[in-house]
Design a binder for this molecule. Structure first.
Ligand SMILES: Cc1cc2nc3c(=O)[nH]c(=O)nc-3n(C[C@H](O)[C@H](O)[C@H](O)COP(=O)(O)OP(=O)(O)OC[C@H]3O[C@@H](n4cnc5c(N)ncnc54)[C@H](O)[C@@H]3O)c2cc1C
Ligand SMILES: NC(=O)c1ccc[n+]([C@@H]2O[C@H](COP(=O)([O-])OP(=O)(O)OC[C@H]3O[C@@H](n4cnc5c(N)ncnc54)[C@H](OP(=O)(O)O)[C@@H]3O)[C@@H](O)[C@H]2O)c1
Length: 381
């Protein structure tokens, strides 16, 4: 997977884009804050295909940077080198180049050297201390260990040397460039949680949500050739995308409409509550009315006592789903990799067994054949 070779811009040379829209997709009362973003590509010459992801370089929260500087007793004006070896102020380095929300063991080793009370870290950073180290890292950020050992003093230069490099995050592109020549859209869930009694936030999802309106958003296209729409426009498409997993399928529907694809489209979408978490509801209903979206199967997990997930809807509609597969449909999955994608895979096997009258072994062979012929495509994270 690489960047568009025709573009000037890449991960090494990102385009400084402007955020053109930031709109809440979740309603008031939702447990989540999921947003629709539009990023302006005017003048960039950047091209993307549906299925691709967008790389975004985030900035850390300035309040967190200020708090760290306070604990370190530094002004932020001190000069250090960034992760490319260029001179920058410490404030700039902590804002744009280094990870503040996860610790590296180099930080613990340095604190153990500076502060006898932190001697336990010496054993933790040794290979035998791996389990203790992981337990200590869980739910802790750089600020926590500095607050725990305030007597461990760092110069600006020493401090950045024990931090990790801040990496860009990828987001599934939620638009087709055929419908939006000068912009790229995303659907992003803001990561916010509490640990060790403090409010925490994911760096990039909250950068887009809270801090991107005033400055440039450095971006690049991450190509995903394995996740394209079928070239043959008459091929039917089944899309399973709960939560933010819907993002690439919004792009697919835009693309299939623009190209006049005659193959039918079926979307399985799910989230917590229909009233507040039915992402892109108006658009999906309009696609249904226009005849672009032929089947929409919904699974709202928290609208009733028992959990209902997308895979339950797949099983309920096994006969029709199997008929679509037999008619040559491609099967796409996007969203949570840890549980959802595995459960959807299990459900797909059950559909083939139940509706296709196959043994578990035959169903496995059928799904393997879907994979081999590149008709079973996943983009999960
Ligand atoms: C190909 C691809 C496509 C993607 N598409 C999308 C998309 O369309 N939309 C989208 O929203 N995301 C998408 N993601 C995920 C996205 O890249 C980021 O991982 C996500 O936004 C979180 O990044 P962050 O910088 O906000 O959080 P980070 O700063 O990376 O923090 C996340 C980390 O916080 C910790 N954490 C989170 N919750 C808790 C908790 N309750 N308790 C303790 N620790 C916790 C975990 O360690 C977690 O790894 C995609 C990922 C990939 C790889
Ligand atoms: N900070 C927060 O408040 C918060 C809240 C949610 C998610 N997140 C994180 O944000 C990221 C994006 O989340 P998201 O909005 O895309 O949605 P998500 O968390 O993937 O949830 C989307 C839908 O999938 C359901 N689901 C849960 N387990 C499933 C499974 N095994 N199979 C099928 N469906 C399943 C969820 O139900 P249930 O949740 O009812 O089980 C929900 O209805 C995830 O990494 C998630 O961990 C953060």
């Amino acid at each position: 997977m690489s960047a568009d070779p025709t573009s000037l811009y890449s991960r090494k040379n990102p385009f400084s884009a402007k955020l053109a829209a930031n709109r809440k997709l979740t309603g008031s009362g939702s447990a989540k804050d999921t947003r629709h973003f539009e990023i302006d590509l005017s003048g960039s010459g950047m091209n993307y295909e549906v299925g691709d992801s967008l790389g975004v370089f985030p900035k850390n929260n300035s309040a967190l940077v200020q708090e760290l500087l306070g604990v370190l007793g530094l002004s932020g004006e001190e000069m250090v080198v960034d992760t490319n070896g260029q001179p920058v102020s410490l404030r700039e380095a902590l804002t744009r180049f280094y990870v503040l929300t996860e610790m590296d063991k180099k930080l613990l080793a340095a604190i153990a050297e500076k502060e006898p009370a932190a001697a336990k870290f010496t054993a933790m950073v040794a290979p035998e201390g791996k389990a203790d180290l992981e337990a200590y890292f869980y739910g802790r950020e750089v600020i926590d260990v500095l607050l725990e050992y305030p007597a461990a003093k760092f110069t600006a230069e020493e401090f950045v040397k024990v931090l990790r490099k801040l990496q860009p995050r990828l987001y599934s592109i939620a638009s087709s460039q055929k419908a939006n020549p000068d912009s790229v859209h995303l659907a992003v869930a803001a990561v916010r949680y509490e640990s060790q009694g403090r409010k925490r936030e994911g760096v990039c999802s909250t950068f887009l949500t809270d801090r991107a309106e005033t400055g440039p958003v450095p971006i690049f296209v991450h190509s995903a050739k394995h996740f394209r729409v079928p070239e043959d426009l008459s091929t039917p498409v089944i899309m399973v995308g709960p939560g933010t997993g819907i993002a690439p399928f919004r792009a697919f529907l835009q693309e299939r409409k623009m190209t006049g694809a005659t193959g039918k489209n079926w979307l399985f979408f799910g989230d917590q509550k229909a009233a507040t978490d039915f992402l892109y509801r108006d658009e999906l209903e309009a696609y249904q009315a226009e005849g672009v979206l032929h089947e929409l199967s919904l699974a709202f997990s928290r609208d009733q006592a028992e959990k209902i997930y997308v895979q339950h809807r797949m099983i309920e509609q096994a006969a029709e789903l199997y008929a679509w597969l037999e008619a040559g449909a491609y099967f796409y999955v996007c969203g949570d990799a840890s549980r959802m994608a595995k459960d959807v895979d299990t459900a797909l096997h059950q559909v083939v067994e139940k509706a296709g009258g196959k043994s578990p072994e035959e169903a496995t062979a059928y799904v393997e054949e879907l994979k081999k012929s590149k008709r079973y495509r996943k983009d999960v994270y």
